[in-house]
Write a protein that binds this ligand. Structure first.
Ligand code: HEC
Ligand code: HEC
Ligand code: HEC
Ligand code: HEC
Ligand code: HEC
Ligand code: HEC
Ligand code: HEC
Length: 327
């Protein structure tokens, strides 16, 4: 036994030992991460027992009885949506004050300053691919920001408790469209939300787009930002919403061989497709058919050949008849 052990230690190479060590270390850190996630989720239940549904209960210390109350609709957080959001692993108090732990919440917390995206993501290598700084600059130039710079911030479109990336993670273009358009319609189809920012009358979206044939079909297949945000090559989702006078109206912008959708809605797939197969028209071919956007060379060639054959057939037939008649 001792001999065997001695022999085996001699035989075990250093890098094997290192690998074992590394394995143990990573599994410990993965374990630590899952522990942390579970711990945070458990902590969040302390908040969600009240904020997770339409009713909440608390013990009235004066009377010693339990009171049931209705939760304000805008302070209700959907557990399931939170669990799928980008920040699902957070503790509520990573973004909110620790003092929310007590109830009733201290009044001064209403004035709590909230983090901006850039506070956490700015200059962070890990999120470089999202290009937060460029998005910030685009947003600053957008109509929303220029008209309502103090009140309009990133959270208005990126609900802190539900926002999740879609454009680069969802397989189905239609789902991305639905998700992204819901963000805009959240205000543009809801007068109370819209008027949190302005006293103007909310323009009726359906009426204002009456000029677009098959409006419902279009809104299922293209995003609002396709027509309303200035396309930008260097970021995936354009954030510079333009004044209405600059919105895309010309059909050929999309219904043409070099559809602008290649640089907007289909961009992520186009990039992926290019790197995989070097063939980007496939994106449109698979995803549905934008009239005019895909013209297949071989189909064209085949129909030309067929046309040629038919023409030749007619010609031969006709000349044979002429020859016959002459006889
Ligand atoms: C006993 C129920 C209860 C618990 C537990 C609870 N809250 Fe609340 N919370 C409320 C109610 C009711 C309101 C709305 C009235 C108010 O603002 O006090 C509220 C309001 C809030 C607000 C909005 C304040 C504002 O007006 O801007 C935040 C943020 C908040 N809670 C966070 C938390 C967090 C984080 C936790 C967990 C650490 C938590 N709450 C736990 C009942 C609760
Ligand atoms: C990534 C940061 C972040 C996390 C995590 C987070 N919140 Fe929030 N929460 C915010 C921000 C930012 C706002 C303000 C949104 C706004 O002003 O539109 C907010 C607003 C709220 C409000 C007030 C809603 C309103 O519109 O008045 C409540 C209640 C709340 N959060 C509770 C929670 C609870 C409970 C959790 C944990 C399940 C949680 N939050 C997790 C960032 C966060
Ligand atoms: C309090 C700090 C904080 C704030 C504020 C914050 N984030 Fe994050 N965000 C993080 C951290 C940390 C992660 C990584 C979470 C993880 O890996 O579980 C993350 C993840 C993300 C991801 C990547 C998700 C993925 O699956 O790769 C995106 C996109 C994102 N955040 C966008 C935003 C946007 C947009 C805002 C503002 C509306 C914002 N974040 C605000 C800290 C923050
Ligand atoms: C007018 C609405 C709106 C505002 C305001 C807004 N965004 Fe976005 N943002 C969107 C939409 C729509 C998407 C696409 C979501 C998807 O499908 O992934 C998006 C996507 C993103 C993404 C993911 C891009 C990617 O490459 O996957 C990041 C990061 C982001 N926004 C950051 C920000 C930051 C930072 C701000 C504030 C400076 C901001 N957004 C303000 C609408 C908005
Ligand atoms: C096919 C392109 C296209 C799409 C898709 C599109 N729009 Fe528009 N939109 C326009 C054009 C062009 C105008 C200008 C119409 C005018 O001046 O009468 C406009 C006008 C608007 C206006 C200004 C209305 C006013 O008169 O004040 C708003 C707000 C708007 N769109 C929001 C949206 C929202 C939200 C979506 C997504 C649900 C969307 N649009 C989708 C092209 C588009
Ligand atoms: C938080 C609410 C809110 C959200 C979310 C929102 N908007 Fe707006 N939007 C407004 C308000 C308010 C105005 C009116 C600004 C003004 O004229 O004072 C406006 C104006 C506009 C205009 C018209 C500008 C003009 O020239 O009159 C367009 C176009 C527009 N938004 C498109 C979008 C698109 C596209 C999205 C989604 C990516 C979006 N909005 C998301 C509130 C919102
Ligand atoms: C922002 C890009 C964009 C613009 C601008 C645009 N379209 Fe479309 N259009 C699409 C997409 C995407 C579809 C959906 C294709 C599909 O999957 O059926 C579509 C579908 C259609 C259809 C329906 C085809 C069918 O299968 O029934 C018609 C008709 C149409 N568009 C006409 C127009 C006209 C006319 C204009 C200009 C007034 C226009 N479109 C502007 C992108 C656009």
């Amino acid at each position: 036994m001792t001999l065997l052990f001695a022999r085996s230690t001699r035989k075990v190479p250093v890098h094997f030992m290192m690998a074992v060590l590394l394995f143990l270390m990573t599994s410990f850190s993965i374990q630590a991460q899952t522990d942390k996630k579970a711990e945070n989720a458990k902590f969040n239940e302390k908040c969600l027992k009240c904020h997770g549904q339409s009713k909440y209960k608390y013990l009235n210390p004066e009377s010693g009885t339990e009171v049931t109350k209705r939760m304000y609709i805008e302070t209700i957080i959907d557990r399931n949506q939170f669990a799928e959001s980008n920040h699902r692993n957070f503790k509520c108090t990573d973004c909110h004050s620790e003092d929310y732990d007590s109830f009733p919440h201290p009044g001064r917390l209403r004035m709590e300053t909230k983090y901006a995206c850039i506070d956490c993501h700015g200059g962070d290598e890990k999120y470089a691919k999202f290009k937060f700084e460029q998005i910030e600059a685009e947003f600053q130039a957008s109509v929303h920001s220029t008209k309502h710079s103090d009140d309009f911030n990133c959270w208005m479109c990126h609900n802190p408790h539900t926002y999740k990336i879609n454009a680069r993670s969802d397989e189905k273009i239609k789902d991305i469209v639905a998700y992204d358009n819901a963000i805009c319609l959240n205000c543009h189809a809801d007068i109370t939300k819209y008027q949190m920012l302005t006293d103007k009358v909310n323009p009726n979206i359906v009426q204002k787009h009456q000029w677009l044939p098959n409006q419902a079909l279009h809104f299922k297949n293209v995003r609002c930002i396709e027509c309303h945000a200035r396309a930008n090559d260097s970021i995936l989702v354009a954030h510079n919403i333009q004044p209405k006078s600059k919105a895309v109206r010309r059909c050929v912008e999309c219904h043409s061989t070099n559809s602008m959708l290649m640089a907007t809605l289909y961009k992520y797939k186009v990039q992926e497709g290019r790197s995989k197969a070097g063939f980007y028209n496939g994106v449109i071919m698979n995803e549905g058919y934008v009239i005019g956007a895909n013209r297949n060379y071989y189909l064209g060639l085949i129909s030309l050949i067929m046309f040629g054959c038919v023409a030749a057939g007619i010609l031969i037939h006709a000349s044979l008849r002429i020859i016959k008649r002459k006889k």
